[in-house]
Design a protein around this ligand. Structure first.
Ligand code: CA2
Length: 149
């Protein structure tokens, strides 16, 4: 059976492509989903792709990934990256590899963005590659879990 990868997106990422293109580019979240889908397929992975503006939804999907036996989680928690102990707690009990993704280079922006509650539990962190970071994250995950080409 194909392994499943969860790609989780946090608050405001539904607005991708509509505002602040100088920071986040012009691709939409639908484009991100397509990119993730193609990349997951290439590696023989099944994709579960979600976005929510609500912290609890993200926590529910993290717990679901764990109970489903997902092969890994790629997460761009948006602004919750810098604030959420609750998301950290949820990720902490996931045994599958977690890849943290940011579209922008969070280290080249305001100082509060340099702190991530997720990085300590992430196997890898990708930032500053634009939406291509999602494809890199899935490819890296496939390599870690030994899936596909
Ligand atoms: O660079 C990233 O991917 C971020 O995770 C995006 C978050 C930000 O809080 C993080 O520091 C870095 C914000 C997502 C907001 O997305 C928007 C997209 C278009 C227009 C407005 C917001």
């Amino acid at each position: 059976m194909a392994k499943t990868v969860y790609v989780l997106n946090g608050p405001n990422l539904n607005l991708l492509g509509t505002r602040e293109p100088h920071i986040y580019g012009s691709a939409t979240l639908a484009d991100v989903e397509k990119l993730c889908c193609t990349t997951a397929e290439r590696h023989g992975l099944t994709l579960k792709f979600h976005q929510s503006n609500h912290e609890g939804d993200l926590i529910d999907w993290i717990q679901q990934a764990r109970t489903d036996g997902a092969a890994g989680i790629v997460i761009n928690a948006g602004g919750y990256t810098h604030t959420s102990v609750a998301i950290l707690d949820a990720l902490n009990i996931v045994e599958a590899p977690i890849i943290e993704v940011h579209i922008s280079n969070i280290h080249a922006r305001e100082s509060f963005r340099r702190r991530s509650f997720i990085s300590p539990v992430a196997r890898a962190v990708i930032c500053g590659f634009g939406i291509e970071g999602y494809a890199l994250a899935i490819t890296g995950l496939a390599s870690i879990i030994g899936s596909g080409v």
